[in-house]
Design a binder for this molecule. Structure first.
Ligand SMILES: Nc1ncnc2c1ncn2[C@@H]1O[C@H](COP(=O)(O)OP(=O)(O)OP(=O)(O)O)[C@@H](O)[C@H]1O
Length: 70
């Protein structure tokens, strides 16, 4: 895939995510608001971490993605 096409696809996904946040279909959290990261798994596209949000005891699963350079 050429660089321009990859850039266009990435922008389309960023726009899709931003619109979903605006419509409150997705919640947006700052990465820096999470603490106590523990790696809990690896999937086909990246690693999964357990972390707490701010001072809450509730934990979240955070999924990171490898830089695939498709
Ligand atoms: N919500 C969760 N709670 C606890 N462990 C989780 C959670 N989500 C993922 N994991 C752990 O991380 C591992 C990888 O999860 P992930 O969703 O990336 O796997 P996957 O099915 O290969 O997905 P993909 O192919 O989309 O990357 C899981 O096998 C599991 O052990």
């Amino acid at each position: 895939m050429d660089g321009q096409k990859q850039y266009t696809i990435q922008n389309e996904w960023i726009k899709w995510i931003e619109e979903a946040i605006d419509k409150e279909l997705l919640n947006y959290y700052e990465y820096n608001d999470f603490r106590n990261f523990q790696e809990i798994g690896t999937g086909g596209f990246g690693k999964v971490y357990r972390a707490n949000l701010k001072n809450l005891e509730k934990c979240f699963a955070l999924k990171s993605f490898f830089n695939l350079n498709i």
